[in-house]
Design a protein around this ligand. Structure first.
Ligand code: GDP
Length: 301
């Protein structure tokens, strides 16, 4: 965890340092505020949140008059933390519900890190003593099921898959939940396909997976995987998924490879659901629960 914290701090420190330097440089003229705005926009915070933050900071500067670094840091800490919405519920449903396992659906555009996230999440849950089963319902991408099998073997959990390429994803999802119920596991995590070339197809496919799974069990969690490096573009794509299924949480991947941490704020505002997990690398231990305080501290480190 310490290592992940350091990685988060590294990726975000440019933003914090930039802001602190700008705001602490004495009298703040219009040009300085524009620079602050540019810095925030460049971090993918989004226009609305940027304007809110600047309005709040301007008021504080006006009232207080001082702009020494320690004061500014405290202001930024307060305002950023509020923007990150620390009161959202970020727990992941991972305990049995009555006589059935918790069911987690993982959705998102291909390449965002979906399969990797399923593997890493399984590892986190296994470390918490949960019995986990994986379902390889991404039957479109040929290598996806193999990739998931590899993760399953690495983490020590079984995988349900189809040997037929192009098999019906809903059928695989059904089989996975069925096996999860029979084997009395705690959690079933289902990897899904994320082709985005056709919005209607995608929505139909996800809708079908959802309906078929719900013949046996409720779906307790729908995690939307979003690549932090794709910024506002990725956000547009994410909206399509949130229209197709009821997303309950976001996994923001590749946060190790970007200084655009503001995307956390933007995505939560746009989709109205919390970022629950963050991906900070390609390895099996590079997934962490999203902690708002830690995140803001990393920016201002
Ligand atoms: P999928 O198509 O959405 O299932 O994506 P994959 O799980 O195959 O991941 C695509 C690529 O992103 C792989 O090379 C992963 O190793 C990489 N990746 C996934 N998550 C992260 C992350 O948090 N950080 C970094 N740097 N790379 C990641």
């Amino acid at each position: 965890l310490q290592r992940l914290r350091a990685r988060l701090a590294r990726s975000n420190s440019a933003l914090g340092k930039g802001l602190l330097a700008l705001l602490s440089r004495g009298r703040l003229d219009e040009e300085a505020w524009e620079d602050v705005e540019d810095t925030l926009i460049a971090s993918d915070l989004g226009v609305e949140a940027t304007e809110e933050l600047i309005a709040s900071l301007r008021t504080k500067v006006k009232i207080d008059g001082t702009t020494d670094e320690a004061t500014v840091r405290e202001w930024l800490r307060e305002d950023l933390l509020r923007l990150v919405q620390p009161d959202m519920d970020r727990r992941i449903a991972s305990s049995r519900v009555g006589t059935r396992p918790a069911v987690i659906l993982v959705v998102g555009v291909n390449g965002t890190g979906k399969t990797t996230t399923v593997g890493k999440l399984a590892r986190v849950l296994v470390a918490e003593d949960r019995d986990v089963l994986l379902g390889a319902a991404d039957t479109f991408r040929a290598a996806a099921a193999d990739q998931l099998d590899t993760w399953g073997a690495r983490v020590g959990v079984p995988t349900v898959r189809s040997d037929r390429e192009g098999a019906d994803p809903a059928a695989v999802a059904f089989d996975a939940v069925k096996a999860g119920i029979e084997q009395e596991v705690d959690v079933v995590i289902i990897d899904t396909a994320g082709r985005l070339h056709n919005k209607v197809d995608l929505m139909n496919e996800l809708g079908k997976v959802k309906r078929v799974v719900e013949k046996q069990s409720e779906i307790d969690e729908v995690l939307l995987v979003l690549d932090a490096t794709t910024g506002q573009n990725g956000l547009q794509q994410a909206k399509v998924f949130s229209e197709a299924v009821n997303v309950t949480g976001i996994v923001l991947t590749k946060l190790d490879g970007t200084a655009k941490g503001g995307i956390v704020v933007a995505v939560q505002r746009q989709l109205g659901v919390p970022v629950k997990l963050v991906g900070l690398g390609e390895g099996p231990d590079d997934l962490a629960p999203f902690d708002p305080e830690e995140f803001v501290d990393a920016i201002l480190e």
